[in-house]
Structure formats: structure tokens, C-alpha cells
Design a protein around this ligand. Sequence first.
Ligand SMILES: [Zn+2]
Length: 73
Amino acid sequence: MAQHKPQNPTKPCKYCGEPIAWSRNLAPIWDGVMFCDNACKRRYNRENPPEAPEGFNLKGPAGQKKRRRLAAS
Ligand SMILES: [Zn+2]
């Protein structure tokens, strides 16, 4: 009987679908690995931006209208 080598697990990249090969380096974070490459991670996050936390202004100060006239009492 041939020796059965344990097959390294793979999982599809969340962005491009390419199989991500398990490696010793990835072992400690394997459960959290979702992308085959940092480029895929960046593209995915660009197309699927995480929900902004409350109070976080995506546009920044530039997106705010200047209010020169405040309602005076
Ligand atoms: Zn990928």
C-alpha cells in the first residue's frame, strides 16, 4: 500500500476564486485567510468596503458643507 500523505487543505480566494494552498506560514491564521494575495484583499475591500463605524465620516472635512450662517437666537 502506498503511503498516504495528508493532503494540505485549500480554500478558494474570496475575490478571484483561486485555490489558496495551505502552508506552514499560514497555519496560525488559516481560519482567517480569505484571499490568495494581498492584491485580491485590496481589490475586494475596494469593491466591498466594510461598513463604516458610527461617527466615521468617509468623505472627511472636504465633504462637509460650510455653514456660515448659524441660526441665531
Ligand atoms: Zn485571489
